[in-house]
Design a protein around this ligand. Structure first.
Ligand code: FEO
Ligand code: CA
Ligand code: CA
Length: 694
């Protein structure tokens, strides 16, 4: 490793992170997951059916809920609510949030819902792109040329569709940005693209190189909250990780037969990472990046061995398919052909740890954290110092997980800390409601006790090499975590995405994006609306506020949608003052403990945005839109810097709307004119240097 690293220890707990989408987004991001059957066909219960657990839920809730959490409890915001209204049209949306400036600690006037092809920020703020698809990352990389892109250039340039963003200050006015590149959209990247079966070899190679992640050095602009890419000098940490970068496996499943392939008979090394969505950071200053919809890259499930087909199906891969994959990568790399390399798929769907300050380091897939459509992984510490990672499995009816290390984090003992994610216990969440099932009627109306709330438990799946799931080995639990969770009564959720702990209160917040497939018979108190198109936010208070606990209390502080819709809830706050919100995806916190929420797939057919809401005090539930992103884009990443003067967002897939093509681009962001849209990381700041949101 290169000498003196400017690595700073990170403030503990602070780590950032992401339906109504276009056909292009559905095809390229998740392989049309919504068009396929739900992967979770287990007869695992919806908890509405479950008999109340032995745990005294009410007792626990009262005993352990934080005072600050209790402040918002029991406020019946929409008592007497009526059944959900019909689909709100954009013009009928409440825009009240746009007319009220805040009075508490957050004092900006909310941005109104819109369809503008730019980033819209509140008055007094500015925004700018920091790094765009194709910008040179490695010194000497060629300048971006949309019309003449090559794989060699792409491998040295900023990748496509940026998602998770995190920032490592380096002292002075410099810092490193880590950015995930979740997926490529070849239909917008190449003129005349007609699909994987006709893609050129070069297009396939560009796609492979456009995935992964980037590390780039950035610098502050003058003394403002704006940052820009460093474009000269050595930039010794700048790095591209792609779908072909050598990586290794560690943890209990490393070396297991399930990970062995012809190319890697040891089951310990793999090329690349795929579909990295959100992520987190560790207390020791590394990145955790999450492989999400990896299933779509694999073809020919019909040719896989019979004994493997149940596992394929549970992970969203058609075990009868004889068709090529969407991008056709298996033509160039046989490892993506399940009939020839049936285990290669088991080597994707992991949390990957990357050291941003060691450009020569090998990224590590940490098998102890399980394998599923990982949305992200955010860390905190248990009271006794063990490391805890919270994780969502972003598919309809999937589960929420957490990992708790066996050993404790020791500040400054880097060699020790780097082993912590290899040994511990992986848990899956079970949520139980405390109101009678008859009161959860699907209308969104709050039950008589005034809250969608209850208790929960973390059910252990595996500890080190010891499985807690009958009939499955530890390696099987880790490689087929969904199948293991099916067997222990985990609760099926409405697409669990980002989950992160509030650094001030210790509450844990989970974004549940949406679930068009939940039927009226399947509603429960934690997922109370059928055909849930706008999603909701769930808050967990671990017992004794200890992230290492195995029981918790939970509630839904936000049930999303148009505040005019009675089936919405904003912690009891005056709904005439809040902004409409749809499809919460990523959550983040500023240093004051305000909850920031970015959205993906605005079911109002308006632009996605970034919202902020206090979670304590009289303004708990006062949710306001802070910015919106250009047409077709989703808002990812959100990261509020520690000095609170800058907010970074990833603007993913601008212009990816129905009917868009390189001939008819639907967005020209960020370059303007008649340019092609470019996924980019942007920054917003107050023009007078004030704290973001204040
Ligand atoms: Fe990549 Fe779960 O969004
Ligand atoms: Ca996401
Ligand atoms: Ca209740």
């Amino acid at each position: 490793m290169a000498n003196p690293s400017p690595r700073r220890s990170l403030p503990l707990l602070m780590s950032p992170h992401k339906g109504g989408r276009s056909a292009l987004t559905c095809e390229f991001r998740c392989g049309n997951a919504c068009a396929h059957d739900v992967s979770n066909a287990s007869d695992n219960t919806y908890f509405g059916d479950v008999v109340a657990s032995a745990l005294s839920r009410r007792g626990m809730l009262r005993a352990s809920a934080l005072g600050v959490i209790a402040a918002g409890a029991g406020v019946a915001g929409v008592a007497g609510a009526v059944p959900a209204a019909a689909d709100p049209e954009p013009e009928s949306l409440s825009t009240a949030g746009g007319r009220h400036g805040g009075r508490g600690s957050l004092r900006f006037a909310a941005v109104a819902p819109n369809r503008e092809d730019r980033i819209v920020v509140p008055e007094g703020y500015a925004s700018a792109a920091v790094v765009r698809w194709g910008d040179p990352v490695l010194p000497g990389a060629p300048a971006f040329d949309y019309e003449n892109q090559t794989a060699a250039a792409q491998a040295q340039q900023f990748g496509y569709n940026c998602d998770f963003v995190t920032f490592f200050p380096m002292g002075g006015h410099r810092g490193l940005l880590w950015v995930n590149h979740e997926y490529s959209d070849e239909a917008l990247m190449f003129r005349g693209y007609t699909g994987g079966s006709t893609a050129t070899d070069e297009q396939i190679k560009i796609g492979l190189a456009a995935h992964g992640g980037s590390i780039v050095e950035i610098e502050r602009v003058r003394n403002s909250g704006q940052w820009k890419l460093v474009t000269r000098g050595r930039r010794r940490y700048n790095r591209r990780i792609t779908a072909q970068t050598p990586m290794k496996f560690t943890g209990p499943a490393a070396g297991s037969d399930l990970l062995k392939t012809a190319a890697d008979p040891s089951g310990t090394s793999v090329l690349g990472m795929l579909n990295n969505c959100a992520g987190g950071t560790t207390p020791w200053g590394t990145v955790l990046t999450a492989e999400e919809n990896f299933n779509q890259y694999f073809a020919m499930g019909g040719g896989a061995p019979e004994e493997q087909k149940a596992g394929l199906k549970r992970y969203g891969i058609d075990p009868t398919s004889t068709k090529p994959s969407g991008r056709g990568w298996e033509r160039l790399e046989e490892r993506f052909d399940l009939s020839k390399n049936p285990h290669e798929v088991n080597r994707f769907g992991w949390i990957v740890e990357i050291d941003p300050f060691d450009p020569d380091s090998t990224p590590i897939k940490r098998t102890a954290l399980g394998r599923f459509a990982h949305e992200g992984a955010t860390t905190t510490l248990a009271r006794d110092g063990r490391v805890v990672a919270y994780m969502g499995d972003d598919s309809r009816f999937e589960y929420v997980y957490k990992f708790v290390s066996k050993k404790r984090y020791i500040p400054g003992f880097d060699r020790h800390n780097r082993t912590l994610l290899d040994e511990g216990t992986l848990y899956v969440a079970k949520f139980t409601g405390d109101s009678p099932a008859t009161e959860i009627d699907g209308s969104g109306k709050l039950p008589a006790d005034g809250q969608f709330d209850g208790s929960g438990e973390w059910i252990p799946l595996v500890t080190g090499n010891v499985s807690h799931v009958p009939g499955m080995t530890a390696a099987e639990v880790l490689v087929f975590t969904r199948l293991a969770a099916d067997k222990v009564g985990a609760t099926k959720m409405d697409r669990p995405e980002d989950i992160e702990r509030n650094p001030v209160t210790g509450g844990v917040y989970l974004a549940l994006t949406n679930n068009s497939n939940r039927t009226p018979a399947q509603v429960d108190e934690a997922n109370p609306r059928p055909s849930n198109k706008h999603g909701h936010v769930l808050e967990i208070v671990e017992k004794h506020n200890d992230a290492g606990a195995t029981t918790f209390a939970w509630s839904l502080p936000v049930v999303c949608g148009d505040p005019n819709d009675p089936a919405t809830y904003f912690a009891g706050f005056d709904k005439t003052k809040v902004s409409p919100i749809s499809c919460p995806d990523n959550v983040a916190f500023d240093r004051d403990g305000n909850l920031w929420i970015s959205t993906d797939g605005n079911a109002f057919k308006l632009n996605d945005g970034l919202f902020v809401m206090p979670v304590t005090g009289p303004e708990r539930g006062y949710l306001r839109q802070f910015l919106t992103v250009p047409i077709g884009a989703e808002t990812c990443g959100p990261l509020i810097t520690q000095d609170q003067r800058s907010v970074f967002i990833a603007v993913q897939h601008p212009g990816e709307v129905d009917g868009a093509s390189p001939e008819t681009p639907m967005s020209h962001w960020p370059d303007g004119g008649d340019s092609q849209p470019r996924p980019s990381v942007a920054v917003a700041w107050h023009t007078q240097g004030k704290k973001i949101g204040s």
